[in-house]
Write a protein that binds this ligand. Sequence first.
Ligand code: UT7
Length: 360
Amino acid sequence: MLPLGSGPAGQRAAVLEGLAGMVPPRAVTNDELPPGWGTDDAWVRRRTGIGTRHWVAPGVSTGDLAVEAAQRALDSAALDPAAAAPIDAVIVATSTPDRPMPAMAPQLAHRLGLGEVAAWDVAAACSGFVYALATAAGVIGAGIAHRVLVVAAEVYSTLIAPDDRSAGVVFADGAGAVLLRRGEHGEPGSVLGFDLGSDGSGHELIEVPGGGALARSAPHRYTRADLHFRMRGRDVFQHAVTRMTLSSQLLLKNVGWSVDDVDRFVAHQANARILSAVGERIPVPADRHVANIDKVGNTGAASIPLALADAAASGRLRAGDRVLLTSFGAGLTWGSAALLWPDLGPVPPVDHADGPPRSA
Ligand code: UT7
């Protein structure tokens, strides 16, 4: 595990200046899940804390969600991308890209009218947002970019096997975006540090086995079922609790915060029971947790910015709050970040639908 990015006041830092999230309009309650799954509202709420999730309509892609969230984040920062072209780089975090190649970020930049900016994707599954944030903070800190747009988007509904009720009740679609600019370490909005880690020995605990070079070079070993999630839910659960707890504790030490210093704790919205277990172990009191899994499910990389956007929209995040983010996902990967909450303009709630996602 690598503690990264903490530094003294006055040092260059990435500063959050825009935030938004979106979920596609189609809300799926537990009662609307496929009858063949033999599940029910009480089971799903008790085991996951999820009441509703959003799934895309046919033909809507990860890129469509990404462009909507990104545009909302740009609007929230009151930046006009066409006028001043102030954005140097676009980073997309996703494990459900629209196609294996090219990366999503260049097309997103194009659709947003950002010009010929640097643009690339980060693949770290549900940890993708924290990894992308660290990447953005790195390029800003190194003086490579002044302002970076980070967008995390997933269309996980397309990875659920028709007969997989375990993954089926949990995973969902959505997108979140943040805008970061170069600023000073310690100013409101500044990202103070990271802890990132991985353990590839657990790569089979949660995976989509097919659809890659391995399946193309040995097609006889793969079937259509390999294009869907395969997850050992209980094992993933245990690793998620352990890794997010340890990573959070390590980062707190690195940035010099005690657990009492944490005003808001925002964990990857994997499962409400995972969030409670991590909160108890760090420990951070439950009234400081930010969660919206009940209404959006597990949206992978998008889940942290979606939770942040919902909390900002409802006034649960205030300027100056010390915020701890932590995530865990396939890989296995995990990562945490610490930041000081900025004084943001109005952030719309994530299920505020003002029309269908824009298409390419
Ligand atoms: O995003 C990062 C990566 N993902 C995660 O963090 C997800 C982590 N894992 C989980 O959230 C949970 O493991 C699940 C929600 C996916 C599953 O919950 P669980 O409590 O771990 O259930 P289980 O898979 O151990 O299954 C327990 C029982 C089984 O029945 P038996 O064998 O005990 O009779 C399952 O067949 O629950 C049954 N079951 C269900 N029953 C009704 C599994 N899924 C369902 C369901 N409805 N949807």
